[in-house]
Write a protein that binds this ligand. Structure first.
Ligand code: GLN
Length: 436
């Protein structure tokens, strides 16, 4: 089968520095606390799904365990339920190991070796079982994940394992350790993963010894975490790669956004499309019952509840995440119509510019409604001036205009507002644990 790839001439560098991003904020703290409580109460008695048993030790988890944690990109936590219960991270480790491999190799080199597509088959393929020419589809299903682990930095298995454990600990903001019982239980039964690794090796799509890669992959899946840890890890991905609790830079923002792109398309296995359709944010599930969800710029959400659906995703976790994603305003695809009636016959077209473009935003509907022709006239006068020839990042880089500064001040103002409201609430509650 022919190799399918996006136009590789597309530039992979970041266009602006600092990058322009548009995200938004979580609701006020009291509102988050109220919604997290509501989601917990609503789904805690849902007893559908079954606890995974193909790794024997996982079958011992209580189906009643249920925890939800939200960590804002400012580092503040809202938690309820069994958030301190420990469980093995399982597949939730995959995007984080992918992140460290991207950081090591560069995200473009990582894409070429691992793939980042959800299926890889042509839209009209009749043969879903047709083999993909690249063998590994993406870093979040077992084949791609074992190949990712095989690329971890280090020249011995011990060094590779330490590089994974250390980096995942930085994501979590505390020293993570292996759950020896889960590791032993999975090691004794994971012949299928060994088989996948050997198959990949035969196609030269594995980058270390297959048994060694499978063993390190099994250790990575056996790292012990809590719901709180997962929320901090998710929040680090929501915060451009900086852990919002410790302040540590764990990965760069360029790697961060690629990891989220792969999570969006493949984080929930064959139900990733449904997840994105319903919830609209990158997520990653694990077979022990954890799910992380990342709202870029806003924060991370984690849920833990062992009973799974047929695809291996936590049932209560999906329900609570859907409930919260809607009410916290996380969906990346959501928009609401602009306020007020449309402005008829206003067409912004080139506004008298020479090629090269203008940094100033064209007047939007609200601005035209407020300022009418006057606003439009101002814009026309601006067109063609010296200021107009340059673009905002150039202004900022050259330091010859206050445009970039005004933008940055706006951002700082938002941050300060959040910190003030956090301080006011600190007196009352830092972590809502009344329902633990
Ligand atoms: N360690 C598990 C496996 O490889 C991870 C699977 C999962 O969490 N979905 O089977």
């Amino acid at each position: 089968m022919a190799k399918l790839s996006m136009n590789e001439k597309l530039p992979f560098d970041e266009a602006t520095a600092p990058p322009r991003v548009s995200t938004g904020d979580l609701p006020m703290h009291a509102e988050i606390r109220r919604l997290v409580t509501e989601a917990y109460e609503r789904y805690r008695s849902d007893d559908s799904g079954t606890v995974a048993d193909y790794i024997p030790l996982l079958a011992e988890a209580s189906p009643d365990l249920f925890g939800i944690a939200v960590v804002g990109a400012w580092g503040r936590s809202f938690e309820i339920g069994d958030v301190a219960a420990r469980f093995s991270i399982q597949s939730v480790s995959k995007p984080f190991v992918f992140a460290l491999v991207c950081d090591e190799l560069g995200y473009e080199a990582a894409r070429l070796r691992l793939g980042v597509n959800s299926t890889g088959f042509p839209f009209n393929s009749l043969m879903a079982v047709e083999l993909n020419a690249e063998r590994t589809m993406n870093p979040l299903v077992n084949a791609g994940a074992i190949a990712t682990t095989s690329l971890a930095p280090g020249s011995t298995p011990e060094e590779k394992w330490e590089s994974i454990r250390e980096r995942l600990s930085l994501f979590a903001g505390r020293e993570l350790t292996i759950n020896a019982e889960v590791y032993a239980s999975e090691s004794a039964t994971n012949r299928r993963n060994h088989g996948i690794a050997h198959l990949l090796n035969s196609y030269e799509r594995l980058y270390s010894d297959p048994d060694e890669a499978t063993d390190i992959y099994t250790r990575q899946c056996s790292l012990d975490v809590t719901t709180h840890d997962l929320a901090v890890m998710a929040s680090t991905l929501a915060n451009g790669g900086v852990n919002p609790v410790t302040g540590d830079t764990v990965i760069g923002p360029g790697v961060c956004r690629r990891v989220l792109a792969v999570m969006a398309s493949a984080g929930l296995y064959e139900l990733s499309g449904d997840w994105l359709y319903q919830i609209g944010v990158p997520g990653k599930s694990g077979v022990s019952g954890g799910i992380v969800t990342v709202a870029p710029g806003k924060g991370g959400l984690a849920t833990y509840s062992p009973p799974l659906d047929a695809a291996g995703n936590s049932v209560r976790g999906q329900l609570a995440t859907k409930y919260l994603a809607e009410r916290l305003g996380l969906n990346l695809f959501a928009s609401v119509p602009a306020e007020g009636p449309p402005v008829p016959a206003v067409i912004d077209s080139n506004w008298g510019l020479r090629p090269g473009g203008c940094a100033r935003r064209p007047f939007g509907r609200r601005s035209v409604q407020q300022h009418g022709d006057e606003g439009e006239e101002q814009h026309r006068q601006h067109a063609g001036t010296d200021e107009c020839r340059s673009v905002l990042p150039q202004h900022r880089a050259a330091g010859n205009s206050d445009l970039g500064q005004r933008h940055d001040e706006g951002q700082r103002g938002r941050r300060a507002q959040h910190q003030l409201s956090a301080l006011a609430e600190d007196q009352r509650v830092a972590v809502d644990n009344q329902h633990r």
